[in-house]
Design a protein around this ligand. Structure first.
Ligand code: PBG
Length: 323
């Protein structure tokens, strides 16, 4: 009878030795909480498909952020739902735009909280597409102009990092130039570099009221079938000056996160998107899975795949479990 010389179970026997050989540790530093802000005061609209998430007016957003910060959340990603939309999303470039108002209020009330703003037009256009429509499709170069204006305006209001999610070609370079020529050369850009045309964004479009009114986003977001193309997208954003590159969604794209981390010496962010969150909440509400364990497993797996940081709606729920 041959005994195994190598017994991997030896180090699993004791919790202390299990912790000694733990390869991936999720910490509070890794997580970014997305939040939705809308006009008004005292407004707290529950987002039905995303339990525990709300559209908040600026006053309640401030209260929410104070509580999050006290619980260990250090960074939030802001999305705006404006009072009025227009054809080009110009409403998002205004100094009194909804995210600009939120940024000013948050910088006053919770100055240590790190503020990231999503830069895109889909929440701000009447048609729900991510840019200016010409001949029935989003026009790349016309859209760059609104993205540049939106970015400068957000930074002027106090945002600490810009996160363009539109997927126009050349937008990182264009925004970089717009920021630099306004003396914001130190303002970092976290680019949604490999952003897929995904059904996992379903609940978000309710939350942000940003569903396209015709067609879909396949002419600008990536085909889920592609991996080499993700590398080209990331490479391009790095050349144009991105400081952090992002893969989105996360769970069906762990291979992409891993490839990006291995091929580039860059900080990588992964977005654990709305549909991924809602599936967990729905299954947990039915008692089909253990929510705490499955959430920790998901977030740890995204980090193990290569993400240095994770944007997740679970952030507020897991702070108590992390150091
Ligand atoms: C676009 C944007 C989207 C998300 C983040 N930024 C939606 C889209 O591309 O349709 C999705 C995030 C999520 O599903 O959680 N502004």
């Amino acid at each position: 009878m041959a005994f195994p010389i190598t017994r991997l179970r030896r180090l699993r026997k004791n919790e202390i030795s299990r912790n000694m050989i733990k390869e991936t540790r999720l910490t509070r530093d890794d997580l970014i909480m997305p939040l939705f802000v809308r006009p008004g005061s005292g407004v707290q609209n529950p987002i039905k498909s995303m339990p525990g998430n709300y559209q908040l007016s600026v006053d309640l957003l401030v209260e929410k952020c104070k509580a999050l910060y006290a619980n260990g959340v250090q960074s939030v990603l802001l999305f705006g739902i404006p009072e009025h939309k227009d054809e080009h999303g110009l409403v998002a470039c205004h100094e009194n735009g909804i995210v600009q108002q939120a940024a000013r209020a948050l910088k006053k009330a919770v100055p240590e909280l790190f503020l990231i703003a999503d830069v895109c037009n889909c929440e701000y256009t009447t048609h729900g597409h991510c840019g200016t429509i010409i001949d029935g499709d989003v026009d790349n170069d016309a859209t760059l102009i609104t993205l540049g204006k939106q970015s400068v305006s957000l930074v002027q209001a106090g945002i600490d990092m810009i996160a363009p999610s539109d997927m126009m070609d050349g937008r990182v370079g264009f925004i970089r130039q717009a920021l630099d020529s306004n003396k914001f050369e130190h303002m970092p850009i976290m680019a949604y570099s490999a952003k897929y045309a995904s059904a996992f964004y379903g609940p978000f479009r309710d939350a942000a009221e940003s569903a396209p009114q015709f067609g879909n986003r396949a002419t600008y977001q990536m085909d889920p079938a592609n991996s080499n193309e993700a590398i080209r997208e990331v490479e391009q954003d790095i050349i144009e000056g991105a400081d952090i590159v992002m893969v989105k969604p996360a769970l069906s794209y762990l291979d992409i996160i891993n490839r990006v981390k291995n091929e580039f010496n860059m900080p990588v962010c992964a977005y654990n998107v709305s549909g991924e969150f809602s599936m967990v909440k729905a299954a947990a509400a039915n008692g089909w899975v253990d929510e705490e364990r499955i959430t920790m497993e998901i977030l740890t797996s995204i980090k193990r795949a290569g993400a240095d940081m994770i944007i997740s709606y679970h952030t507020q729920d897991v702070m108590g479990l992390l150091k």
